[in-house]
Design a binder for this molecule. Structure first.
Ligand code: SIN
Ligand code: FE
Length: 311
């Protein structure tokens, strides 16, 4: 069931990626198929790929595969957990249809993770769902926001406090364009490499950032460490070029699931993707010791804050 992984152009990686970094499954529908019990794989940092599992658009929905529905302020059109549609522009009837499309993706994604991860039943909390209509290659971003560089997901304004980020992605490109990713080394190896450069937060800084509403919650030492790891990796061009990595393509009609706070990833090309985020408390994992929070705590030799039930 393992899928092939081709190496990116340029210098070869120092070491090959472990075989279990990508697994393919032959399911064809989000809501139908076997109960998979893939918790151990996804917690082990594996990208779960379903090459023949499209999110099926209904009649009249293909028109939404166009950046013109974006209001230009946000990089995505997103449906918040609260039900609010953000980042879109258009007539009320169109926005209603656009919302229905994203809602259906959110619903089907919930059915999918329920089937893949029975252990997480009742424990995953849905976050935002989004439609991402922009072409990756022509996005112009600062180095910190540049997702063509290998990184783990960590957000400056949205502290996770150790809570896991499980994401369902699907390529809805109407033609043949693959979503092209690079996938990097195991989280433990990555953390070990950059740990000597991690600095503790300045005393009082987390509370100050919260007070100034820079952050939506008080950052814990975990958030501080994860943001540094995110930035250290993106800023290090030698790491970007030489670190162990493999190119992974996601063709239109494919869906993939990954813990994006754990798997080093970068997007090199593509257009039109949907994404649904789920949160999971690390204690609700099958093997909680694999959580980035626990990996970092073992590596640094001290606790990094208590994960909130809800981020
Ligand atoms: C990300 O880096 O989290 C986004 C990946 C993508 O746009 O395909
Ligand atoms: Fe990312």
């Amino acid at each position: 069931m393992s899928g092939p992984m081709t190496l990116p152009q340029g210098r070869p990686p120092e070491q090959p990626l472990p075989q279990q970094a990508l697994r393919d499954f032959d399911d064809t529908a989000y809501e139908q198929g076997p109960s998979r019990h893939l918790e151990h794989l996804v917690e082990g940092g594996c990208v779960l790929r379903f090459p023949h599992m499209p999110f099926v658009l209904r009649e009249g929905e293909a028109r939404f595969l166009d950046p013109r529905w974006s209001n230009g302020n946000a990089k995505n059109i997103s449906l918040r957990g609260s039900g609010e549609l953000r980042g879109a522009q258009g007539e009320a009837a169109d926005l209603q249809a656009l919302r229905a499309l994203i809602e259906r993706f959110a619903l089907q994604s919930a059915q999918l993770v329920d089937r893949l991860f029975p252990q997480y039943r009742g424990k995953l909390r849905p976050g935002n769902a989004s439609l991402r209509p922009f072409e990756v290659e022509t996005r112009n971003r600062s180095w910190r926001q540049d997702d063509t560089r290998l990184h783990v997901d960590a957000f400056p304004s949205n502290p996770m406090r150790g809570v896991r980020l499980l994401r369902v992605f699907t390529n809805v490109h109407p033609g043949a364009r693959a979503r092209q990713w690079r996938v990097g080394e195991a989280f433990g190896d990555f953390a070990l490499r950059f740990a000597p450069r991690l600095r503790p937060p300045l005393p009082g800084s987390a509370r100050l950032l919260r007070l100034l509403r820079v952050t939506k919650a008080v950052r814990t030492p975990y958030d501080h460490a994860m943001l540094q790891l995110h930035d250290l990796a993106k800023a290090d061009l030698d790491y970007q070029r030489d670190a162990p990595q493999a190119a992974v393509d996601f063709a239109p009609g494919s869906t993939w699931v990954v813990f994006s706070d754990q798997v080093l990833h970068a997007v090199m090309g593509g257009q039109h993707m949907m994404e649904q985020t789920f949160y999971l408390h690390p204690d609700d994992q099958l093997v909680p010791s694999t959580a980035p929070l626990r990996v970092l705590e073992r590596l640094l030799g001290h606790e990094l804050g208590v994960p909130a039930r809800h981020p």
